[in-house]
Ligand binder design. Structure first.
Ligand code: PRP
Length: 181
C-alpha cells in the first residue's frame, strides 16, 4: 500500500540487515569492555537502532532523546528543540548515538556538545544513512551504513510528515506526494 508512493528503493531491507550486522559487530568489538550507553534520537532511530543492537552481543544500556529539527517539512530549519531528555546519567560514560540519517549535521552537533558538556567520557555516532552533500555543520560520523546523494528519502525510520517510517527499506518519495498541497 505505501509502496505506490515510492519512486525507487535506495537501500533494501537485505542491505540494511547486512549494514546492521557489519556495524553492530564492529561496535561490539570496540566497546566490549566499556558498557556503552547507546542513545537513540527519536523517532527516526527506532527501526535501525532496534536492528543494530541485536547485532551487539555485549553488555550495554539504551536510552532515548527526542530532538526535533524538521517540523514536518522536507527542509531542515536549523531550529532544534529538546522534547524528551535522557533518563540515564552520562557522566563518565562511553556513548554511542544511533541515528537514521545525518544531513545538515545540526542535530548531531547539538546532542554531541550537550553530552560532552554533561561529562560523557566519549561520544561517537552510528548512522544508517549519511548525506554529506547536505552538511552545514562539520560532523563526521564514525560509523556509517551507507552514503546517499542529496535526495529526499523515507522509510526505516525516516518520515515525510510523520508517515512512511514503517517501510522496511529506504526509498525516494514520488514528488507528487509532497507537491499535492
Ligand atoms: C531527522 C533525523 C535526524 C535529523 C537529521 O530527525 O532523524 O535526527 O533529522 O537532520 P540534520 O542532520 O539536518 O540535523 P527529525 O528532527 O526530523 O525528527 P524525527 O527523528 O522524529 O523524524
Amino acid at each position: 500500500m505505501l509502496e505506490k508512493d515510492i519512486e525507487k528503493v535506495i537501500v533494501s531491507n537485505e542491505d540494511i540487515n547486512k549494514i546492521a550486522k557489519r556495524l553492530g559487530t564492529q561496535l561490539a568489538e570496540e566497546y566490549r569492555d566499556q558498557f556503552p550507553l547507546v542513545v537513540g534520537l527519536l523517532k527516526g532511530c527506532v527501526p535501525f537502532m532496534g536492528t543494530l543492537i541485536q547485532n551487539m552481543d555485549i553488555p550495554m544500556e539504551i536510552d532515548f532523546m527526542d530532538v526535533s529539527s524538521y517540523h514536518g517539512g522536507i527542509e531542515s530549519s536549523g531550529d532544534i528543540k529538546i522534547n524528551k531528555d535522557l533518563d540515564a546519567q552520562v557522566k563518565g560514560r562511553d556513548i554511542i548515538i544511533a541515528e537514521d540519517i545525518v544531513d545538515t549535521g545540526r542535530t548531531i552537533k547539538v546532542v554531541m556538545d550537550l553530552l560532552k558538556y554533561r561529562g560523557a567520557k566519549s561520544v561517537s555516532v552510528v548512522t544508517l544513512l549519511d548525506k554529506p552533500a547536505g552538511r552545514i555543520v562539520e560532523i563526521d560520523p564514525e560509523y556509517i551504513g551507507v552514503t546517499i546523494p542529496k535526495e529526499f528519502v523515507v522509510g526505516y525510520g525516516l518520515d515525510y510528515d510523520e508517515q512512511y517510517r514503517n517501510l522496511p527499506y529506504v526509498g525516494v518519495l514520488k514528488p507528487k506526494v509532497y507537491n499535492k498541497e
